[in-house]
Design a protein around this ligand. Structure first.
Ligand code: PEP
Ligand code: MN
Length: 371
């Protein structure tokens, strides 16, 4: 079903968007002057879409929840003043109707809305038959299927001008980010849907200005199709997301400092060079699989022995010893502790599975696991 998703290439959206696609603008539209002044200051920077939140999904009710419908005209006027299309977030039918009535050019569905299929469906029903680009932020939880589900719903409503915005995932872990990137998730989305434009939102990933550049550069290095950054004329005084917004000038500097990468289709020479290296990777991967299979043969031999001698499968001290030793040896080879632990836990799980199978063979004695 997912394979049938239809995406219209950005070049056919009816705007003159450049590549990479760049969105910039305040977290919230706060006043007519603030959004107009931000737009005027952004005018000479390289960007394609002016963004601004009108209705803000805030964690606590006593914070600024957006200026509401009156701000739509201010946003549209600011876009017109600099000749750029404008985008805002919609979370319900009212938001959709009011945005369409005001001629908002691009809509996005926020992370807190993508998690809720009822809300996404309601938006899709309101958009049935409307030809407008819709960008979908990832759900706050790392659930790729839920993210894809929103594209499927939009497609069913006839919307094909679609884009994905990666804004990181909420976590209880203490990290330097407000929302951890978990790059593997947008990468998997891109692998499954190469035609779906993928935009990175370093502002909501970082939560502070400090790491914006590094995250934006990583997105370019990976091959994202666009960048989304919040920009405000006076970031420290912003009514929402004050710590992560950039002045228009700082936004321009950041964009200009990015090293843009080409896709392989744009550079056939690189494709040839990479082929050799990819050949080596293929060879090493098959070698790894052979080694893992040989290791599993030894595991099965051990299991036979344990069965014959009535020993339990898991011997905790041996497992602790293996883990410590492999982490140390991995670190000497530039592999992180986290990676080695995850790898060995996965191998251990598979090895227990093989051992249990051997133990359960008809002539085996019943053995108690001490795992
Ligand atoms: C926003 O873009 O201002 C916003 C609320 O983002 P998110 O849905 O990613 O939290
Ligand atoms: Mn914001």
């Amino acid at each position: 079903m997912s394979k049938e998703l239809k995406f219209k290439p950005i070049e056919e959206w009816g705007f003159n968007f450049e590549s990479p696609l760049i969105m910039a603008g305040p977290c919230s539209v706060e006043s007519e002057e603030q959004v107009m002044e931000t737009a005027l200051q952004l005018k000479d920077q390289r960007f394609d879409i002016l963004r601004g939140g009108i209705w803000k999904p805030r964690t606590r009710p006593n914070s600024f929840e957006g200026i509401g419908s009156q701000g739509l005209k201010w946003l549209k006027d600011a876009g017109n003043a600099i000749g750029k299309p404008v985008a805002t977030e919609v979370a319900n039918v009212k938001h959709v109707y009011e945005s369409l009535r005001m001629g908002i050019d691009v809509l996005w569905i926020g992370a807190r809305t993508t998690v809720n299929p009822f809300a996404v469906q309601e938006i899709c029903d309101a958009l049935q038959g409307v030809d407008i680009p819709v960008l979908v932020k990832n759900p706050i939880n790392p659930d790729l299927e839920l993210w894809i589900g929103a594209f499927e719903r939009l497609n069913r409503a006839g919307i094909t001008k679609l884009g994905a915005i990666h804004r990181g995932f909420s976590t209880h872990e203490k990290t330097k980010y407000r929302n951890i990137p978990r790059w593997n998730i947008p990468i998997e989305l891109k692998r499954r849907f190469p035609g779906l434009p993928l935009i990175c939102d370093p502002s909501h990933i970082c939560g502070t200005r400090e790491y914006l550049r590094e995250v934006a550069q990583t997105a370019m290095d990976i091959g994202f199709d666009g960048i989304h950054l919040e920009s405000h004329i006076n970031p420290d005084k912003a009514l929402s997301d004050a710590k992560q917004q950039l002045t228009p000038a700082a936004f321009g500097e950041l964009i200009n400092s990015l090293q843009m990468r080409q896709s392989l289709e744009q550079n056939p020479y690189a494709e040839n060079q990479l082929e050799m290296l990819r050949g080596r990777i293929d060879h090493l991967d098959h070698y790894l699989i052979e080694m893992l299979s040989e290791r599993m043969d030894v595991v099965r031999e051990i299991a036979e022995y344990k069965r014959e001698h009535n020993l339990a499968i898991v011997q905790p001290s041996r497992w602790t010893e293996i883990l410590e030793d492999r982490v140390n040896s991995g670190q000497r080879k530039n592999l992180t502790e986290k990676f080695i632990k995850e790898l060995f836990h996965a191998m251990h799980k598979e090895s227990i599975h093989h051992q249990t199978e051997v133990m359960l063979q008809p002539d085996g004695n019943k053995v108690e696991k001490n795992a």
